[in-house]
Design a protein around this ligand. Structure first.
Ligand SMILES: [Zn+2]
Length: 282
């Protein structure tokens, strides 16, 4: 079983304004609980709030353990790490998985963010401070975390970005997470189709609307229609439109969802605080 909770659904930059209150303004972070493990997809500003929740759940006593799967190191996907307070508590253990950009290791990129020139909190990646943090550069694209099988695939985003999508399988439950992707060529859809094949829930980039996409082609993001087409092609059970454009308010997101109402396929927009239980019937 996978219990999914959304802590950050906004793309690019946090947007804490009243007009975005329903779908939320925090950048990407998704909590996935199994019976035994805490998995976290991306470490945007939503991770700060997930961290506060974890403190009420054993992490305040230094007894917590969590696994963070980072899609890529653009700010919106890592800026929650310095503000994840359980990482300041000795005894907790975190493993951060992902890939560097070819010139720099994942560890080098994440340490760069903790440099005192940019970061107001102590560098808790230092072993003398806070939780034990292991940074795991993903080599093999399939591995297990406890009872969860993780499949990672490189997806096309923007030039210079090494970007992963993930599929999590636990028992009969499955989830695909593809927050930043653009399909400029038919080949670009292959990795996403593989990740999303038959999943219960697909969380997919829908930064643009289909109507506004054309002038943004090549900027690294998908439209809502791209997300729905990919979900249909992969046979996913449901798609959550994710990575909402910073300038799209709640009413704008509602309008996008409503535009898909006439289809048979379940399309929802990712909303902060929403949770989903996958595989509960097995
Ligand atoms: Zn990105």
């Amino acid at each position: 079983m996978l219990r999914v909770k959304l802590w950050g659904t906004r793309g690019t930059v946090s947007t804490p304004v009243a007009g975005n209150a329903r779908y939320g303004g925090n950048t990407p972070c998704v909590e996935v609980r199994t019976d035994d493990d805490v998995l976290i997809l991306d470490a945007g500003i939503g991770l700060h709030w997930l961290g506060e929740s974890l403190l009420a759940d054993g992490f305040s006593r230094g007894e917590g353990c969590a696994h963070i799967l980072v899609s890529h190191t653009h700010w919106a996907h890592i800026q929650g790490i310095p503000f994840c307070n359980p990482m300041l508590v000795a005894g907790n253990r975190f493993t951060i998985y992902g890939r560097g950009d070819g010139d720099n290791s994942l560890e080098g990129l994440l340490l760069g963010q903790m440099d005192s020139a940019f970061c107001p909190v102590p560098n808790f990646f230092d072993d003398r401070i806070g939780a034990g943090i292991t940074i795991s550069e993903i080599e093999a694209l399939e591995f297990d975390i406890g009872g969860t099988h993780v499949i990672a695939r490189l997806v096309h985003h923007v030039s210079g970005a090494v970007c992963l999508g993930y599929r999590l399988e636990n028992g009969s439950a499955s989830l695909a997470y593809i927050p930043d992707v653009e399909y400029l060529e038919e080949d670009h859809r292959g990795p996403s189709l593989e990740l999303a094949a038959g999943v219960d829930l697909l969380i997919h980039d829908a930064h643009h609307t289909a109507a506004e996409y054309a002038p943004h082609r090549g900027c690294g993001h998908s439209s809502d229609q791209d997300a729905v087409d990919l979900a249909l092609g992969a046979g996913a059970g449901k798609v959550l439109l994710f990575h909402h454009h910073p300038d799209r308010d709640d009413d704008g997101i509602d309008a996008v969802v409503t535009s898909h109402r006439n289809g048979d396929f379940p399309v929802e927009a990712a909303r902060e605080g929403e949770d989903y239980v996958l595989g509960a019937d097995s």
